[in-house]
Write a protein that binds this ligand. Sequence first.
Ligand code: SF4
Length: 186
Amino acid sequence: MGCGVSRKRESPRETKSDLSDEALRRLVGGRPGVKAVKIVAGVDVETSPWVRLKCQFGCDGYGQCLVCPPYTPTPQEMRQVLDSYQRTLLVHFEPEVTVKDTIVELEREIFLRGAWKALGLGAGPCYLCENCVLKVGACRHAERARPAMEACGIDVFTTVRKAGLPVEVVRTTRQCPNYFGLILVD
Ligand code: SF4
């Protein structure tokens, strides 16, 4: 900003919506397929540089859709985003739920209840098109396509365990995985 005028950083408290914690818990916790929901401060959602390497080396989805790296925020960029939210909702889903579809529906409901910063993150790559356009700004389903938490550098295991929810490394096909989504609220 010019003329020596510096912009004072907005306090997060000034940007929080009127939606109460209880209303959020009711709205999300009552949804079919939701096992548990925890309100987590943005600063308590863990990000780490190694997460991006796990996408780049070892995942065949790397670079295959606009909601995966390298198109998504880096862990450092995501850290700044998360630190600007007082409240996020960590949602534990039943295994049969389509996490991203449900996260997008919840994001919209929360937004319409007055939380203008609401943004949902799911799990896994994008299955909405057979082949992604891979051109930034040209997504065919921008209203529904959301990145996974891990695609934005979030350390899902540490975040989930810190919140007191269960998650284990899946070692066999008989083991039932745990699925999570995150909604940035305020
Ligand atoms: S909706 Fe289609 S175009 Fe958009 S990210 Fe997903 S696969 Fe790519």
